[in-house]
Write a new protein. Structure first.
Length: 269
């Protein structure tokens, strides 16, 4: 199938892009096109206008402060995989990027597009939630920052107004003593996950966070006091249920196993 007709704009600045979004109701942002492209072709999305943000320099910037790295929304998965972006989490971002789809998708797909789409099975949503990242947004009413754990309101529903653009994701820096593990259960390497388990442990910053991803909603964050190595599959099933997650026995176990493997892997580092 071919897309329904649409108008196309490729603004050179962020303010111009925001202005177009505010002026044209139903206009849609295009970043890497890896999700929006198929949606247009299948006519699942029929926007009146496409606003291509691929040539806006400030969205491709990577900046560093004392406590965080800010990664521009149009930075591609491939750029992170190739180490062209400083990794505040000791190589963790590179490992996650490498497991996303296959190289052709990673070459065009962007970190901001992935977060904006808020697919529960997407890798960045879970991985960056576990790191305690924040999303920076810009719209006609100014800029705001949202903690990523609260950014996804549900499956494919992000906290973005129609005239807002994801500008960057801010990832905190971790200490050298930190340990990170990411375990993705999927049928073939590089596919969307059936279950994701992420473990982050930074004793110096007092962060010990587990995240279960590829649930049907936003990633589930578990802040557990116990040592990661001591957490059994049964204990993790219990913690997931206690967090309010409802799933059939098989799915619950799948998520607990993904978390357990992440805990074991992080503990072995
Ligand atoms: C075959 C295939 C396999 C894939 N496998 C995986 C996988 O295993 N794991 C995984 O995580 N992902 C996977 N993906 C998704 C891919 O990694 C992209 O991240 C994803 O498609 C979105 O990024 P994009 O830059 O292509 O966004 P686009 O497709 O351009 O946009 C996606 C959505 O986000 C909106 N949007 C984009 N950028 C912004 C912004 N800056 N501000 C506001 N809104 C914005 C668009 O309007 C649109 O609604 C796969 C994709 C394909 C095609």
């Amino acid at each position: 199938m071919k897309p329904a007709p649409f108008a196309y704009e490729r603004p050179a600045t962020l303010s111009e892009a925001v202005r177009i979004l505010a002026d044209v109701p139903g206009a849609k942002v295009l970043a890497g096109g890896q999700t929006l492209g198929p949606m247009l072709n299948l006519r699942l999305a029929q926007p009146e206008m496409i606003v291509d943000i691929g040539r806006i320099p400030e969205l491709a910037e990577v900046t560093e402060t004392a406590g965080a790295i800010s990664i521009g929304a149009t930075v591609t998965h491939a750029a992170i995989e190739d180490g062209r972006v400083s990794d505040p989490a000791g190589g963790f971002l590179r490992r996650v990027a490498k497991g996303i789809a296959y190289r052709a998708v990673r070459t065009r797909g962007t970190i901001g597009g992935s977060l904006a789409h808020a697919d529960p099975a997407a890798d960045w949503l879970s991985a960056l939630t576990a790191l305690g990242a924040e999303v920076v947004l810009s719209g006609s009413h100014g800029s705001r920052t949202v903690v990523l754990a609260e950014f996804a309101r549900g499956a494919m529903q992000a906290d973005i107004a129609a005239d807002e653009i994801v500008v960057a994701v801010r990832v905190p820096k971790f200490s050298r003593a930190s340990r990170f593990a990411y375990h993705k259960i999927c049928r073939k390497t590089g596919e969307f996950a059936e279950a994701i388990g992420v473990a982050v442990d930074d004793p110096e910053r007092g962060v010990r966070r587990l995240v279960a991803g590829a649930t049907e909603g936003r990633p589930i964050v578990l802040n557990l006091e116990r040592d990661l190595i001591s957490l059994s599959v049964a204990a993790l099933e219990e913690a997931l249920s206690a967090s309010g997650y409802v799933a059939d026995a098989y799915v619950l176990k799948l998520h607990a196993v993904a978390l357990h493997r992440a805990c074991q892997e992080a503990s072995a580092l």
